[in-house]
Design a protein around this ligand. Structure first.
Ligand SMILES: Nc1ncnc2c1ncn2[C@@H]1O[C@H](COP(=O)(O)OP(=O)(O)OP(=O)(O)O)[C@@H](O)[C@H]1O
Ligand SMILES: Cc1ncc(COP(=O)(O)O)c(N)n1
Length: 267
């Protein structure tokens, strides 16, 4: 059984963060493990509070997993401060997992901040050189590239700018734009457009976390980058299509749509 580790924040409402990551790892046939970087009191409508875990405890969690278990792939989610980014990067340089997918979480769908300002420079210095794939959404890609993104041409240009910063592969996710749900994957072999009809649903809480974790599982299974991203794109589209209401705001995707019908009963 392939084993994937999420290093991310906890979303007590279950739709994003390590909770989404673990569900996506399982739904994509890998064993999920988690290191918690921050305890976020949040739900489908807002973030009430953010409690960051002390870096020593984050590093001890990473040690506990790696000293005992072979990790096939790592997914990085909410790393809310420069200090936490550096501490996690130091451990990744120590243990050298072969696959690292980084979802540079900065702001929740609710609009509330999940990261202190000024982390982009630390991410660029400490994480960009070691990650296999970076998966920024539109606001995150704008913050990293410095480019305003209003259309697909801007998405592709931003992906190339970020690649030129030393990231091996970049996926700029287009959920925050309008029209079809289009993402741009930039790899050393070239640029690939991945598109699907936008699902008319408000249930998009955790889409980015879930997509990047599904990609992580697919890469752990040995898929090449384009195949891993394409399969995960199909997974997230159906997970949104078959989502059900949880809470009063942006409900999460249905990570296990393969096993549940819309009534939530096991098929
Ligand atoms: N309504 C939608 N219909 C189909 N696909 C969507 C929709 N919204 C987002 N997606 C897809 O979901 C994936 C995640 O993109 P998105 O831009 O939502 O990331 P994100 O903002 O990091 O997600 P989140 O912050 O909600 O976790 C992308 O593949 C995107 O194209
Ligand atoms: C702990 C945690 N990590 C990530 C997100 C981003 O997910 P979204 O953008 O869907 O709110 C979140 N809301 N909470």
């Amino acid at each position: 059984m392939l084993k994937c580790l999420s290093v991310a924040g906890s979303d007590c409402s279950g739709g994003a963060g390590i909770q989404a990551d673990l569900k996506a790892f399982s739904a994509n046939e890998t064993f999920g493990m988690s290191v918690i970087t921050s305890v976020v009191a949040e739900n489908t409508t807002r973030v009430l509070s953010v409690f960051n875990v002390p870096v020593e405890e984050i590093q001890k969690q990473i040690d506990a997993v790696f000293e005992d278990i072979h990790v096939d792939a790592v997914k990085l989610g909410m790393l809310p401060t420069a200090e936490i980014i550096s501490a996690v990067a130091d451990k990744l340089n120590e243990y050298k997992p072969s696959i690292i997918v980084c979802d540079p979480v900065m702001v929740a769908t609710s609009g509330d901040a999940l990261s202190e300002g000024g982390t982009v420079s630390t991410m660029r210095e400490k994480l960009f050189p070691i990650v296999t794939l970076l998966t920024p959404n539109i606001p995150e890609a704008e913050a990293i590239s410095g480019l305003e993104i209003k259309n697909e041409n801007h998405m592709e240009k931003a992906a190339r700018i970020i690649m030129d910063m030393g990231v091996k592969n970049v996926l700029v996710k287009g959920g925050h734009l309008t029209g079809d749900a289009v993402d741009y994957l930039c790899t050393p072999e070239g640029v690939h457009k991945l598109a699907c009809k936008r699902v008319d649903s408000p249930n998009t809480h955790g889409t980015g976390c879930t997509l990047s974790s599904a990609i992580t599982a697919n890469l752990a299974h040995g898929m090449d980058m384009l195949s891993a991203v394409t399969k995960a794109k199909n997974y997230i589209t159906e997970a949104i299509e078959k989502s059900f209401t949880v809470g009063k705001g942006h409900s999460p995707v249905n990570h296990f749509y393969d096993y549940y019908d819309l009534k939530g009963t096991v098929l």
